[in-house]
Design a protein around this ligand. Structure first.
Ligand code: HEM
Length: 209
């Protein structure tokens, strides 16, 4: 896991590529979705070549994002199982925001907030794809009653908003904790970053040295 003396490898190239593809698809799916959500955002359809193209492309973009997310899910779910330390970390969110690191329980590869966000992403992605399929005309919607497609549209909108807010928090946290963007960009983090923010993971990969 150690890279040249100073850095620690956190992400492989394939995982980083997958993550950034998901991020790009997420932004596109969000812009297209918002364009269709409310007339005030209809102007966003210009980015996709008009209203019809936005409507045609959106489900394909969303499906591609889901498929790539399934790959991340199978590689990362076991790093995101919440333990007693994570629950304590979440209950001490005041100390987290005030950067009282010494009062917090030991954080492993991910902290309680990252793990909770991961499971919200999983749940909302599943709800989005299942509800989206139910009203995807002309391919799947005819298998469902009008009532089901109406409920599906509501579930789709609510899950999309929850995912958007979660990703805003995800990006904010990545920018707020200095050195974190670099983890996903270069795949390597400094020993100081790991020792400070993820001491449990630091011990795991270095044996504490
Ligand atoms: C749009 C801009 C985004 C930025 C700037 C960003 C940034 C990052 C960074 C810096 C990390 C590394 C965190 C660490 O190692 O501690 C990370 C991890 C991760 N990101 Fe993103 N991300 C973005 C979008 C997304 C989206 C759209 C998704 C999925 C819907 C996503 C899912 C994940 C997952 C699953 C991880 C691994 C963390 C875990 O397993 O708990 N990210 N992201």
């Amino acid at each position: 896991m150690s890279n040249q003396q100073e850095g620690l490898v956190r992400y492989k190239g394939s995982d980083r590529l997958n993550h950034w593809l998901i991020a790009v698809l997420f932004v596109l799916a969000t812009l297209g979705g918002l364009a269709m959500f409310h007339p005030s955002m209809f102007f966003l359809t210009g980015l996709f070549g008009g209203g019809s193209w936005t409507r045609i492309l959106h489900p394909f973009i969303g499906s591609a994002m889901f498929v790539l997310f399934v790959l991340i899910f199978f590689k990362f779910w076991h790093h995101n199982v919440l333990n007693a330390n994570d629950r304590k970390w979440l209950s001490q969110i005041g100390d987290v925001l005030n950067k009282n690191h010494d009062r917090l329980p030991e954080v492993g590869r991910y902290n309680g907030g990252q793990k909770a966000a991961f499971w919200v992403m999983v749940l909302t992605m599943i709800l989005l794809v299942v509800s989206g399929l139910a009203f995807w005309r002309p391919y799947f919607s005819h298998y469902f009653s009008v009532d089901v497609t109406r409920v599906a549209a509501l579930v789709h909108a609510v899950s999309a908003w929850v995912l958007i807010l979660t990703i805003i928090a995800h990006v904010y946290a990545a920018l707020w904790v200095k050195g974190t963007i670099g983890a996903m960009w270069t795949g390597v983090v400094s020993r100081a970053w790991a020792r400070k923010h993820h001491p449990g993971w630091f011990k795991e990969v270095t044996g504490g040295k």
